[in-house]
Design a protein around this ligand. Sequence first.
Ligand code: TYC
Length: 113
Amino acid sequence: MHLDLHMMADRSEDDNDTSMLTKPKPKTKRPPMYKVLLLNDDFTPMEFVVHVLERFFGLNHAQAFEIMLTVHKKGLAVVGVFSHEIAETKVAQVMDFARRHQHPLQCTMEKED
Ligand code: TYC
């Protein structure tokens, strides 16, 4: 009677072939993160940059001095990685503080890969 009960007559009928199924991906994408960069210039005093790094990025004096020196020698450095909103706030705080003290210090952000 039911001799072909387990026979797959045709591939199109095999709708349970795990090798052909793509796992539905839980679509919980993490938000992109942003690098905050500090740029070197010839005029902003080193001590001012150290102060900025302590004040706005929560670094201790040794960490702040080290990053300031990296910027001074290499031209720029990443000083932190944050959400878009936090990164924007940090950049605005640094740029405003530098402007108020009449230093040309530049701080920018860029999307992380
Ligand atoms: N190059 C500056 C100087 O020699 C120091 C400096 C460091 C400036 C880091 C900006 O982001 C900076 N006074």
